[in-house]
Write a protein that binds this ligand. Sequence first.
Ligand SMILES: NC(=O)c1ccc[n+]([C@@H]2O[C@H](COP(=O)([O-])OP(=O)(O)OC[C@H]3O[C@@H](n4cnc5c(N)ncnc54)[C@H](O)[C@@H]3O)[C@@H](O)[C@H]2O)c1
Length: 365
Amino acid sequence: MTTPLRVGIVGVGTISAQYLASLPRLPGLRLTAVADLDGDRAAVVAAEQGVTALSVPGLLASSDVDVVLNLTVPAAHVPVGTAALEAGKHLYAEKPLGLSAAEAAPMLALAQERGLRVGSAPDTVLGTGIQTARRLLDDGTVGEPHAAAVSWSSSGHEAWHPAPFFYYQPGGGPLLDMGPYYLTALVTLLGPVERVVGTSRRSTRERVVGAGPRAGEPVPVATDTSTEAILEHRGGATSTVTMSFDRWATRRPLFEVYGTAGTLAVPDPNHFSGAVEVWTTTTREWRTAEVAAGYADAGRGYGLADLARAVATDRPHRTSGALAQHVLEIMDAVSRSSAEGAVVPLTTTVERPEPVPLGSTPDSW
Ligand SMILES: NC(=O)c1ccc[n+]([C@@H]2O[C@H](COP(=O)([O-])OP(=O)(O)OC[C@H]3O[C@@H](n4cnc5c(N)ncnc54)[C@H](O)[C@@H]3O)[C@@H](O)[C@H]2O)c1
């Protein structure tokens, strides 16, 4: 058992509750401080957690923080992350890694230069759902995978989020918001992407805050609200991707992978667990697969715990900045393809992270 990594959270809004719920059960991590532009919000969370509320510069300068957990809105991911690295802290950030791969690249270079780690959400791919799907694919259960189809849609997050404005600003939209879950899972299952083609549109539907104290306020829209894309993976498989804030109802499957000897129905990559269903040319029926890999009962924060363990053992961490940057570049390339009407090749690549064995915890692998 090594010394826990001391965690300072910047941005204690909606998603922070999920991290705060996981942190106490992750022995490799210890929360020491929180900060938010909204100092009152930081003070409330600090009191609940029994830690110190600091200003953002105060937290970055604190000698009681080893890693900054950046849970701010997308436009602040790179500025806050860069400042954290400049202050000598490791960084773990919510998705997307930045507003664009070009914005995030200097931050990753800085981390490399300083010998610091960068990790990024989503860490749902480390749970039993996607890891079991990966094990089945790697074992050849459905033969050689040659295609995948993913489709996420809703009528828009303004229906439930108390401050949904960032979802409709650069860094938001369905592609940058939900794409990271699906694309990180696709890269985990089928490997890196080499080129993409896509098309996006912006609906004219007016968006209005649907919940919380600001309900009824209009939400300005500065992003596309529906995207379709085709990705070509290095290994030869093709993925089709739909991400939309414009659909009231759907019956399309969320996630399927097609192989030469069967099909996998993959559970929701925005969740850590969920049943994987398998149809093979041998069984000729859908069967639910046994859970075969992944961190059990995981939650948001396990990727950071994985990073903490990697720091302690001098090994690579799984939900890495490089993986998040590749995913961000895929999303940039889809938008560029839509704007230019062209097939766009990627400049980054990444190896699939190490699989997570069943029964392991971020402290035991
Ligand atoms: N809400 C969800 O269900 C959800 C789920 C998964 C991931 N995420 C991601 O988490 C991130 C945050 O989302 P959220 O829903 O918690 O947003 P939110 O608006 O509820 O909270 C963001 C918090 O960050 C603070 N903040 C913004 N800029 C800051 C800065 N420069 N310095 C310090 N504090 C700053 C805000 O004051 C706010 O308290 C986003 O990247 C989002 O994509 C959200």
